[in-house]
Every structure is written in structure tokens, then in C-alpha cells.
Ligand binder design. Structure first.
Ligand code: HEC
Ligand code: HEC
Length: 349
């Protein structure tokens, strides 16, 4: 596990449970159930004590200016941000669905495809860095990369500002909120504020954590226990069930030798730091919406959640886990997506 790089920004109280799990969980044998009828003693022990759970409920973001949120939402959907007035953030991040798309690699400008699978924008402000390789520190920096990327907006801030200034509606809304009016900083701030408001609260699993024992199925309860005892939680934890560690993909087994056709993006964090120990290191993704965001992994190469779980067990934990346990874990992952603006997430025609 020496490839696990704790981020320097993590405070000890955050990092401590992670280290504890890395040391303890990985050596503990999982409890294996053969069917969904649990002995009463085990059923009772599945009631969580919130204070000690490695996964915490999501909460609504607080203290955000509602005017900035709605301005940011408008910008997020505005095709004029793209070079040829043809691409918006929402072109790849569908808020009515899962905050991402369903491509392995989203189509980019001029017949290109993007280098990595699209991440969801929901709950992303909880991640300690943005992107698979963590190359943006926060939501504001993240927007700069989209503006400059030749496969995405492929433009410059002065061009975007020029276009928005011709829209009297924007001029009015910006000057009401920001004394300096339409500037790159203020556009970034509005979009990032909208981004911070994107939380998926009130999931069945969070209701279970908060004391509603019937909010999730018996299978999901077993799945949660297995997620902890197998050691998935060593990397995927916190309220976003991931998003706060950098870890090598392929701790126990070479993922890329099997997949073939290596790409630059496969080098992960190495592309940011240039350090040999960061080859194939990625930010652990959040699993909050994993059930809704196939295909999986940075390369988008895996279609089903069950297959992703099985690959994780082999490559990150060095073990093969029985098919029934994979189904329990999938049932747990399916209990994690919550609601946005009072509606459950997922595709709505
Ligand atoms: C052409 C498709 C496309 C467009 C347009 C696009 N994105 Fe993305 N977005 C992606 C892909 C692909 C990733 C993953 C990239 C990576 O990790 O290197 C991503 C990642 C992100 C992330 C990081 C999430 C995380 O967990 O780290 C955020 C936030 C985000 N996009 C917001 C935006 C915003 C805001 C805009 C508009 C300014 C935008 N995106 C435009 C495809 C797109
Ligand atoms: C040692 C750390 C580690 C452990 C342990 C671990 N994971 Fe992961 N997980 C990762 C990393 C890193 C990725 C991203 C890999 C990539 O695509 O580059 C990931 C990706 C995933 C994904 C794909 C998410 C997506 O949106 O594409 C799923 C699902 C997943 N893990 C589930 C699990 C399950 C279930 C377990 C336990 C059986 C587990 N993980 C154990 C580090 C870990």
C-alpha cells in the first residue's frame, strides 16, 4: 500500500481513520452470507452508530448566494461559452440525469474524443482536488481548463466576456451581484457557486445512517458491511464515499498490462507531478453516484458496476470475491444516490 499518497492538505483527524482502515480492514476476513435472511444478532449489529461510521450523510451546501447559483446555472447551460457558440458545460454534464454523460469518452470539438471518462458534477466540491488526476485544485481552476482545452471550449476569457457583454440580461444580472460586472473571476465564481450547490441529499443510504432502519434493503445492509470488511472503505470513504485520496490503480495487479493500448491519461497523477511514484496514481473517485454513471474507471472501459467491483477487489485488494458478495456490494452502491431539488436522480426523458 506504499503507493497510497495522503494529500498534504488532509488534516490528521481526516487521515487518521483512513490509515486505521488501511492497517486493520485489509487483513480482516469478510463475513459471507449465502442468502438475504440474516440471523437476528447480525441484523442488530448492522444498525449503524453514526459517530463511528466511515461514511457520513451528505448535507446541503450552506451559505451560498442564491443569485450567484442561478446566474451560474444559466452560464452552465450557455452554448455561447464554446468557441463556435456550440458547447456548454451541460453538453457533457446533464443535471437532469447523473451530472455526467453515458459515453466511455465524451465527444469533443472537431471530431475528437476526450482523454478520460466524464466525472459527475454532483457533489464534486467535496473532492479534495478536481479531475481524475487531481490537476485542478478547486472548481474555479477547473473552469479555466475547460475554457482553454482545444477539445472543449477552445477559447479565451476576453472572447467569452465580449460575447456575454452583448447580452443585456447578463450585464444586468452580473452588476446586481458583482460590482465589477462581467469579468473572468466573476464568471468563474458564479459557475463554481452553482457547482457547490449540486448535492444529492436524502439518499436511502443516508436515511439509513440517520436511523431509518428500513430505508435500504437487507441486501444493501450486507453490502455495506462487506464494503467495510473487505476494505473498500479504506479508499472510498467520507460523505462522498471517495474523492479525498490519491491511490495507484493496480496496487496488487497490473491493470494496464491486461487492458493494453496505453494512453498518456493512464499515467494519471504522473502527468501533474512528473514523479515516478505517481505513475498510474488517480484520485479515488466518489461512489455516491456510481450506480448512475456507467461506464466505469478513468478509461470508461468497464460497462457494469458488478464488473467494476470485481476488478477493484482483484487489483486494489488482491483478492477474488464471490459473485454473491459482489451483488450485495452493488445493492449497497445502488442505495447511495440521493435527490437534487427534491427529485431522485437518474435519466428522465
Ligand atoms: C466536452 C465535454 C465536457 C465539457 C464541455 C465540460 N466537461 Fe466537465 N468534465 C468532462 C470530463 C471528461 C471530465 C473528467 C476530466 C478529467 O478528469 O481530466 C470532467 C470533469 C469535470 C469536473 C470534475 C469533477 C471531479 O469529481 O473532479 C467538474 C467539476 C466539471 N467537469 C465541471 C464542468 C464545468 C463547470 C464545465 C463548463 C465550464 C464543464 N465541466 C465542461 C467533460 C466535459
Ligand atoms: C487502494 C484503494 C482502493 C480500494 C481498496 C478500492 N478502490 Fe475502488 N477505486 C480506487 C481508484 C484509485 C479508482 C479509480 C481508478 C481509475 O479509474 O483510474 C477506483 C474506482 C472505483 C470504481 C469506479 C468508479 C467510477 O465512477 O468509475 C468503483 C465502482 C469502485 N472503485 C468500487 C470499489 C469497491 C466496491 C471496492 C472494494 C471491493 C473498492 N473500490 C476498493 C481505489 C480503491
Amino acid at each position: 500500500m506504499n503507493h497510497t499518497v495522503l494529500n498534504e492538505g488532509i488534516k490528521l483527524p481526516d487521515a487518521f481513520p483512513v490509515i486505521l482502515y488501511l492497517l486493520v480492514s485489509l487483513s480482516v476476513s469478510p463475513v459471507v452470507f449465502s442468502d438475504e435472511v440474516l440471523p437476528e444478532s447480525i441484523a442488530l449489529s448492522l444498525q449503524p452508530d453514526l459517530r463511528h461510521e466511515p461514511i457520513q450523510p451528505l448535507r446541503q451546501a450552506e451559505g451560498l448566494n442564491p443569485h450567484k447559483i442561478s446566474l451560474g446555472e444559466r452560464l452552465f447551460h450557455d452554448l455561447r461559452l464554446g468557441r463556435d457558440n456550440d458547447m456548454a458545460c451541460s453538453s457533457c454534464h446533464n443535471i437532469k440525469d447523473n451530472g455526467a454523460d453515458h459515453y466511455a469518452h465524451a465527444p469533443g470539438r472537431d471530431g475528437t474524443t476526450l482523454d478520460v471518462n466524464t466525472l459527475t458534477v454532483f457533489n464534486s466540491s467535496l473532492n479534495h482536488r478536481q479531475f481524475w488526476d487531481g490537476h485542478a485544485r478547486n472548481l474555479e481552476d477547473q473552469i479555466d481548463t475547460v475554457v482553454a482545452n482545444t477539445k472543449e471550449f477552445a477559447t479565451t476569457w476576453p472572447t467569452i466576456i465580449g460575447k456575454l457583454k452583448q447580452d443585456t440580461g447578463y450585464v444586468h444580472s452580473f452588476t446586481e451581484i458583482y460590482p465589477a460586472g462581467i469579468t473572468a473571476d466573476n464568471i468563474r465564481n458564479a459557475i463554481a457557486t452553482f457547482g457547490r450547490s449540486l448535492r444529492t441529499i436524502n439518499s436511502p443510504f443516508d436515511r439509513f445512517l440517520l436511523g431509518d432502519a428500513d430505508a435500504i434493503s437487507p441486501a444493501a445492509k450486507v453490502g455495506y458491511r462487506l464494503f467495510k470488511t473487505y476494505g473498500c472503505v479504506a479508499c472510498h470513504q467520507g460523505s462522498n464515499v471517495g474523492g479525498n485520496l490519491f491511490v495507484k490503480l493496480g496496487v496488487f495487479k497490473d491493470y494496464f498490462a491486461l487492458r493494453r493500448n496505453p494512453t498518456r491519461a493512464d499515467l494519471g497523477r504522473f502527468n501533474v507531478t512528473g514523479k515516478a511514484r505517481d505513475r498510474h496514481v488517480f484520485r479515488v473517485p466518489s461512489l455516491r453516484l456510481a450506480a448512475l454513471t456507467p461506464p466505469y474507471f478513468h478509461d470508461g472501459s468497464v460497462t457494469t458496476l458488478a464488473e467494476a467491483v470485481s476488478i477493484m477487489a482483484e487489483h486494489q485488494l488482491g483478492r477474488t470475491i464471490p459473485g454473491q458478495d459482489i451483488l450485495y456490494i452493488v445493492a449497497f452502491l445502488e442505495s447511495l444516490p440521493g435527490e437534487y431539488r427534491g427529485q431522485p436522480l437518474g435519466y428522465k426523458p
